[in-house]
Design a protein. Structure first.
Lengths: 126, 181
């Protein structure tokens, strides 16, 4: 598997993970009732990737909404990235939030406080 | 005869934008969220308040949904499979109201949890959220006890709740969340 591509729906985000270039993008809304099932393919792909990561891994997270069911799964994804980071791959997690969306900025800061990977908070215009 | 005008009048006076009573399914949640999103767009709400209302709505509805799963999977047609949901807007204040049956045995646990959350201020809620987020526990579908904390955090208000005993086995649990600008 070289790439993981999941198309977005009204309740789930678009996910693109290019293993060859080490680029991961999660974009859209993440409000499924069953988030474990949804995030499983990504968690598994990251586990595989951890065995032979690129020198740098570029992570872009741009969520409009996410529910608490997703928040633990997103933490799981970040924990995999933390392990990959420890293993030597340069990682920065770019956390995008819309202007004035303090809740989304705070959510990013919550993860930043838990995960030992550099975060960059990026404000985007609505 | 059912007094439909009485229903109408009460809903009108409370500015109910949308209400539903019945079994909560995944498809229903998708529809309700789509309707509410377009209503919020039509009202030209500020993005900030729109997001808060939407987020709290998602958590409240998914609480109902997951609760339906827990009650009793075999009890189809049972009254405990049914829930009520309403959203109203008075001036700039939104009211999200939910109601569902819960087992009488579970009342004390839930009440204690809600009271604990209600004791916390903004910073304490943030700390508590992070602690529960990172405690490694997850329900089968990924919940893990964050819903009510998140609702309290995002609404910035106490969780206003009530338990009404129905019979020996069940109580009716209601939650009223206010979101103001």
């Amino acid at each position: 598997m070289e790439k993981l591509a999941i198309e977005g729906t009204p309740k789930t985000p678009t996910i693109n993970f290019d293993i060859n270039s080490g680029a991961l993008e999660i974009k859209g809304r993440s409000i499924p009732e069953n988030s474990i099932e949804f995030y499983k393919p990504l968690v598994e792909a990251l586990e595989k990737y951890a065995g032979k990561p690129q020198g740098a891994t570029n992570v872009n997270i741009q969520l409009e909404y996410f529910n608490t069911s997703s928040s633990k799964c997103i933490l799981d994804v970040f924990k995999k990235l933390e392990a990959i980071h420890k293993g030597g791959s340069q990682i920065t997690i770019n956390w995008y939030y819309e202007q004035d969306d303090e809740d989304m900025l705070e959510a990013g800061e919550d993860y930043q406080a838990i995960i030992n990977v550099p975060f960059k908070m990026i404000e985007i215009e609505e | 005869m059912l007094d439909i005008y009485d229903f109408y009048d009460k809903m009108e006076r409370n500015n109910i934008m949308l209400s539903f009573k019945g079994d909560i399914t995944s498809e229903l949640l998708t529809s309700i969220l789509q309707i509410m999103e377009s209503k919020l767009d039509n009202l030209q709400e500020e993005p900030k308040i729109k997001k808060k209302v939407y987020n709290v709505l998602v958590e409240c509805l998914q609480n109902l949904y997951h609760h339906m799963d827990e009650v009793d999977a075999t009890a189809v047609g049972d009254k405990t499979r049914s829930a009520i949901f309403m959203i109203g807007r008075v001036d700039t204040e939104y009211n999200i109201i939910t109601g569902n049956y819960i087992k009488a045995d579970n009342v004390v646990i839930l009440k204690t949890r809600l009271d604990e959350i209600n004791k916390l201020d903004k910073d304490q809620l943030k700390e508590y959220y992070k602690q529960v987020l990172n405690n490694g526990e997850m329900s089968q579908k990924g919940g893990g006890g964050l819903g009510m904390i998140d609702i309290a955090r995002k609404s910035g208000q106490r969780l206003n709740y009530n338990f009404m005993p129905v019979d020996d086995k069940y109580s009716f649990f209601s939650l009223n969340i206010k979101i103001t600008q």
